[in-house]
Design a protein around this ligand. Sequence first.
Ligand code: GLA
Ligand code: GLA
Length: 681
Amino acid sequence: MISTLLSRPQRGPDGAPVPRLLFGADYNPEQWSRKVWEEDVRLMRAAGVNVVSLAIFSWAHLQPGPDAWDFAWLDEVMDLLYENGVGVDLATATASPPPWLTTAHPEILPVTDRGETLSPGARQHWRPTSPVFREHALRLVREMATRYADHPALFAWHVNNELGCHNVYDYSDDAARAFRDWLRARYTTLDTLNHAWGTAFWSQRYGDWEQILPPRLAASHPNPTQQLDFKRFSSDSLKDYLRAERAVLREVTPDVPVTTNFMVMPGTKGMNYADWADEVDFVANDHYVVPGPQARDELSFSANLTSGIAGGRPWFLMEHSTSAVNWQPVNLAKRPGELARDSLTHVAHGADAVCFFQWRQSAAGAEKYHSAMVPHAGADSDLFRAVTALGDTLKTLAPVAGSEREPAGVGILFDWESWWASEQDSHPTSLLDYHREALDWYSALLSLGVRADVVTTGADLSRHRMLIAPVLHLVPAGLAKDLTRYAEQGGHLVTTYFSGVVDENDHVWLGGYPGALRDLLGIRVEEFGPLPAGQEVELDDASTGGLWTDHITVTAPSTEVLAHYRTGAYAGRPAVTRRPTGGGSATYVSTRLGADGLASLLPRLLEPAGVMSELPAEVRGSVETTVRRGPGGRFLFLVNRTDRAVTVPGVTGEVLVGGTDADGAVLLAPRGVTVLRTSTD
Ligand code: GLA
Ligand code: GLA
């Protein structure tokens, strides 16, 4: 359990650690004087902070020159935090190389696909594959690990920071060398690579490994499999770097857990976190609200997917914001109630720690307008009062710590390989957005009040009566078999346009789309009919499609047509089909219906799958529910998605957070969250 990893866990009468939720922030004391440190720990106590991430950007302070070290200030901070009951998630401090290093070794700087070298002066200006960077960084990691191995405040190691946030794609000569090694390991022979990359096309046949380059800026579209492999390689290179730091940490401090903060968000598709999850001792995530009509849904989706990446086990919210960020075109402040609701939505989806970037708002630097727990205005502020109130709420929710998610009837499959492959260039449309399609299904389920788990490839599919796999574009033979077995054994599979089209080499499954899933779906698509931006087609069930249409022929006698196109090039032909498969079914949705259209379609798919909303009809759409179950009992989270008060009748249990009305019905404040313990086992 994450909280019991703290070196100073709270203990019960029997001496055993008492579970609690963790609460805190990134702490950057090097930006402040010692006098401020004293105030910091006083305010941390007032707010109930029990953990901080420390030294993330401290390299230049800790190692001012190649052979100069200064740990005295960090020793002092570590002691001060320990004395005040705050555990430390200690960074290895390697995220931002100091000026002396980039001056002496400019060859560690990343290079873009256009051959431009990125200058130092911001942060994360290092090549994931640079041996020189690695040598210097691992030296620092060893110093940190050795110095703080026995410090009682240390509870976990925080490798680097947001690996790949700014440097996932590097096209340097180091990257070229490492890419060739990676390709040799994947393909063994050049013949295999030439086949996989389809180099018979455009005279690309390789006769020597040394001829292979990263997909740098070229005269036209670079080879698609080369591009896909470069994405795999880039994710793997950062994973390999994570493992390199971890190896040093495990050698010096074998008992201290190691993590790093993922960024499960629409804009950070470069890192295949599903594939990284086993590399950390607990999953940690950073999330920032993306403004727009689906802002709340996306937050929930991210938290839900993080839970999927963590295999349903509790995870650590390493960063989110108390209010505005500084890196969007317009940085919106959070409205009253949103700070707590955002945090508790993460807890609802399995977070056992709620942390922010950052503790104290910077007075200088690029992030001085980014909110923090202690704002520029100081502790006498509504924001700090909201922070303190959240600290109290999290104390009340201590029994939730350690609980896992109770599987939902519906799973949404989120697959990095399909994300990468479906959005490559030279495709039928450049408008396809993998993440948005997945989010639309999720929004539709939220609007129907149906609980869903976002899961990743490799998860146990049989846990869900319905599995929605939007734009599952890249389907190797093994995955096609798994999905077929799932549907034949009673599962209800739903998939969409541009799914099942290519194999792991990005080669088209021939004979009609969606080749890998054609038999299972009982349909055959002869041609894609993508739509120009803004153009729509009507379906005969009163819904409207955009982005995509397909020329579909039904091939299995049992395939039902749930909706036809009414307008457009394929008017009269099937648009949505469903093939029963024994106890299960396989549904195909050939156009982008959007969240509203999916919400109209879904009841027809959920009913035969036997999945229903667990909420009373009048609050569906207004309230999001999740269930966590663990040693402390079974917990039902009810999150008010609206700005008005909502009464939820018919739900009973011990109210841990939130309130009830005079009749005992759960009363959700505007943007409020209620947590009930519905059973103690
Ligand atoms: C040009 C080229 C062809 C092919 C087509 C595609 O005509 O000569 O090789 O790339 O464009 O539209
Ligand atoms: C990321 C970084 C932090 C900070 C925040 C700002 O999450 O890890 O250092 O820059 O973004 O939103």
